[in-house]
Design a binder for this molecule. Sequence first.
Ligand code: GLA
Length: 734
Amino acid sequence: MKMVTCRSPRKMLPVLFTFFISALYAQKNRIIAIETQHNAIALQVGEDLRVATVYFGTKLKDTSEYKLVHQMYRRGDDYSGILNAAYTPAGSRNLVEPAIEVTHANGNTSLDLQYVSHSIDKTDANVSVTSVQLRDPAYALEVTLFFKVFYREDVVEQWAVIRNKEKGSITMQKFASANLYLTAGNYWLKQFHGDWAKEMQPEETQLTHGIKVLDSKLGTRAHLYQPPAFIVSLDKPATEDEGKVLLGQLEWSGNFKIDLEVDPLNNLRLIAGINPFASEYVLKPNQQFETPAFVFTFSDKGIGEASRRLHRWARNYKLYDGNGSRMTLLNNWESTFFNFNETVLADLIKDTKKLGVDVFLLDDGWFGNKYPRNDDKAGLGDWQENVQKLPHGIGYLVKEAQNNGVKFGIWVEPEMVNPKSELYFKHPEWVIKQPNREEHLFRNQLVLDLSNPKVQDFVFGILDNLFTKNPDLAFIKWDCNAVIYNAYSSFLNKQSQLYVDYVKGLYKVLDRVRAKYRKVQMMLCSGGGGRVDYGALKYFNEFWLSDNTDPFERIFIQYEYSYFYPAISHSNHVTDWGKQPLKYRTDVAMMGKLGFDIVVNKLPPQDLKFAQQAVKTYDSIKNVIWHGDLFRLADPHENPFASVIYVNEAQDRAVMFNYLTGNRYGNGTLSPIKLKGLNADKKYTVREINLYPGTPSPLRSNTVYSGDYLMTAGFNPDVNARRMSVILEVAEAR
Ligand code: GLA
């Protein structure tokens, strides 16, 4: 339903006002149900016009029954009456963590929010946006809560728009995106932490009363220590196939804060948004602020189903070209580091062809003349080809690639500057650093001030120049290797807006890049996975999970990322990290989007033959991996092996990956692993693929199994110390 807004001539005002007030009172006790295919959030407009969350979880058949639910709880008194506020204001009667905190134009710090209206806008049969408008009865400040519902995927994106209608400026101290309210016996948080080469280390704990905070204050490479993605289980830790579980993340590539507060009534208040740390934000009269979205999904059937829902949503609606295709590649980072020239690269381009992959990706080290980029100490900011290494420019290499029937891609790190660069001397005012303090570098570099539109133009220009000169450039690896120290912008008047305006500036640049260069495929990298979130992935086809490509470590890292991000977005490279044979390394990389970063011409003949065949095998199964549903079958944290399966929508093809992860004598798959996601009534064959040349498979491939058998009795891939990785193709028997 849509409420009337007053835009009529003056004399009509009293009549309309009376109508408005009576319409408003008719809304009391009204339920606003935000429903997906299986789940619901029910908001209720209270007697006092405050909007509260009265239900969160599995959808009820009868919407009118949502209002009955909370009457059944006897958990004590809520003194404030707004513990379950749909968006908790600070400074009035609230006693707990707020979602929003402001200082009004007159210096007053209280805020109250009451219902004004709500509406539902249907985009199409699957997508709709419910918006709930709130207003402070004492101050001209409005907040609209948005709930974008992806019905089939069971996903909701929630954000808020805060509007200043006061006569003077207001200051926002906190401006969260979402304020959920969950009810259960107890709550379990699975969070992730990490560092360079150690991304996505999981930890699961029971939430106790008080507040647990997940946050980042790192600025750019904000997710280096902690990503904004997490899992909350209700009543007990959810497993892959059981339990009530919420998967959520803030779509924001900067500082974030997730408050998880178990309140006095033993309910969970979950507030997610931009980190208020050092980020006061001013709104002038008539200005509004739109928060980033918090995206979440809920399942009462375990983490597996929740992550499949998130994957489907990402592929259909968020990840750049999520349902499209990707390119396999050869990268030169680990094989040359900064040490290359045109001849070396021309040879690598030939190797790209020899290997059979789609793109040659030239990494760091191709630019800078006065301060050549021969190591990571100089050159960032000077995006002209180094004339010694590349006398004929990038154009020559793009042509070389074309002559060899492959595509060409290039690495950039456009947000950064080395003090040893021409840019640094030319535009010191573009660099984020404190005027009166010693510089503090991260990887010998500083961050450019993307809150400044001139810097945005410069960064866009780096990409634009590359594409203008080389229209056939097919792939970009966009890196970001430094955090923000000494946060200070010589452009901004209000320093506390830097962290937020930086990210907004970054998105403005990426919007411009994507508006002009739609087809180019882009990899999101941040010295590994230092910046992975759906705010950024809207612009990127894939992301670099970690610089750690030791396949053994990588199984764990990929496994954890897979809770939130579909395989098509995982850039996995075969490198020389780790002690495992090439087959193991390749099998692990095949679990996502395959790439290589090895010295092809040094591969022994059998290894080369294997790698070439592996690329062909990958081509034949990649559609199932990229577009199919993921089912995790064996968790390497709980077993000395890992196993996952991707199943296509028609359930007539699946690919199962199995790896040995334990080192002890006799480790392996001693029992069959139960497959998932197949059609119980269909018949399938199971065939081992990607075998190393000359190695026969002990598995019989001519037996026909029912889906029921494979999912109930299971199949043993026979993983052991002699067969450390096994890929199985499961195909419907016709
Ligand atoms: C980061 C990236 C690497 C590589 C180097 C280049 O560490 O994660 O993949 O591109 O930068 O300097």
